[in-house]
Design a protein. Structure first.
Length: 447
């Protein structure tokens, strides 16, 4: 039975089946464009065309895959004339579809579990191709691991590795890899799709009404309009006075000003920021001009990065940050604290380590938002800014949430609203004596 494809689906088919140099195709954008449906058509066609082949269908959670993608696959198989029990059978215990010609479909959970950071659960099984549904829900590492497994029977059939994926807009690695580049590498293709690309007019009309009723403008922008730049909504932002317009502005390292480095000592990641704080005839200034994000960080790596960037200016720097970094480390021969290790390796004096006891989150939130509020356009107020080249710091300022008592929500550090490492570095900077003195001075003016 023939299957009619839309123009966008036909383009994806051409890339997958007629372009051997293209190994990765991402079909992404708005909901209802037929992405998953097409992925099932392509996957079934491959299994039946290449007898004895083995294909992977993956999604973040196996339960979602079986309740959604697998249901679609069965519907597509029926539409293509294939019958369960005759042409294929599904083993729900092993999560494998066995096709009559000896081909198999393996369903895989691709979620990053803390107990399996290297995806050992994927094993060493080789695949002929892969179809990943809702790609933005998984990590880039999971995607790379799957890609590395695509080599089964390729020589036998004279074909090249293919991985097809779908997804709706989210600001994560998928956007950076497939959507943002003006020119993609030869082996990667991106097919944008919207509801309007679905050839079923009645479906388009009904689904557009359904999406249009969504109360969340963020989800409406993503799912109805396929907007990859939509900002996620935050119910209770920690930095509630943040403004992209006023606070994201270019700023640079000035060798004539003191360098202040504010650190947060989480190992995953080790985050810190570089800034200048000064006062002149134009007012009070606090500029964060650079950030560091060290995955699986260490004191040694942090010191190496600092020395590489600012070796000639360390004589005039101050190190601040998490006060807990002053605790003695039992792993050191002399129990030296994190700050003491940094001081020694950078050759700093004791006075250059300038930390204060960590403030309560609620107090820190008040001080940070005081600074943000008074830096929203009035030239006589505070000049607080973060350079656009600090995406993680900006992300934290925009998205980190507070709980009912003003504390930072950190229960799920994989969620964008709860990644607060760079926000913590900003909080410690605001807690630095140079900023605190000015905050107290300004607050007295309002008493």
């Amino acid at each position: 039975m023939s299957i009619d494809l839309s123009k966008k689906q036909s383009k994806a088919w051409h890339l997958l089946e007629s372009k051997p140099e293209v190994s990765e195709v991402f079909f992404g954008g708005g909901a209802g464009s037929g992405k998953s449906w097409f992925g099932c058509v392509w996957h079934i066609n491959r299994r039946m065309r290449y007898a004895g082949s083995r294909g992977l269908i993956g999604r973040a959670k196996l339960s979602a895959l079986e309740q959604s993608t697998l249901v679609t696959l069965f519907e597509v198989a029926h539409l293509m004339g294939y019958q369960v029990g005759k042409d294929f059978n599904y083993n729900s215990q092993k999560h494998v579809i066995n096709w009559a010609n000896g081909s198999t479909t393996v369903l895989k959970d691709l979620f990053l579990y803390p107990s399996d950071p290297d995806f050992i659960s994927l094993g060493s099984t080789e695949y002929t191709d892969a179809f990943i549904d809702e790609l933005p829900e998984i990590t880039e590492k999971a995607y790379d691991i799957v890609s590395s497994r695509i080599r089964y029977k390729l020589d036998e059939y004279g074909i090249t590795p293919k991985i097809f994926s779908t997804g709706n807009p989210r600001k994560n690695w998928v956007k950076k890899k497939f959507v943002d580049p003006e020119v993609l590498p030869e082996h990667i293709s991106y097919v944008p799709a919207l509801l309007s690309d679905n050839p079923n007019e009645k479906f388009r009309e009904l689904y557009e009404q359904q999406l249009g009723r969504m109360r969340s403008d963020y989800d409406k922008q993503r799912l109805l309009y396929g907007n990859w730049d939509a900002d996620e909504e935050v119910d209770n932002p920690f930095a509630f006075n943040w403004s992209d317009e006023h606070h994201i502005q270019p700023c640079y390292h000035n060798p004539n000003r003191q360098l202040i480095i504010s650190m947060d000592f989480n190992i995953e990641p080790f985050a810190f920021i570089y800034s200048h704080v000064w006062q002149d005839k134009e007012g009070f200034h606090c500029h964060i001009f650079m950030e560091e994000t060290i995955e699986k960080g260490s004191i040694h790596q942090a010191v190496t990065n600092i020395r590489h960037k600012f070796h000639h200016y360390l004589w005039n720097c101050a190190i601040t940050g998490d006060y807990n970094g002053n605790k003695r480390e039992l792993g050191q021969s002399d129990n030296a604290s994190n700050y003491e290790q940094i001081r020694r390796e950078l050759g700093l004096s004791a006075r250059q380590i300038q930390t204060s006891p960590n403030p309560k989150h609620s107090n820190s939130r008040n001080d940070l938002n005081f600074v943000l509020f008074h830096s929203r356009g009035n030239p006589h107020d505070i000049d607080f800014r973060i350079d656009p080249r600090c995406p993680n710091t900006i992300r934290d300022m925009k998205f980190v949430e507070a709980d009912g008592e003003g504390g930072i929500v950190k229960d799920n550090r994989k969620h964008i609203h709860e990644k607060a490492d760079h926000l913590d570095a900003v909080r410690y900077l605001v807690n630095h004596d140079s900023v605190q003195r000015y905050i107290r001075y300004r607050q007295k003016l309002y008493i």
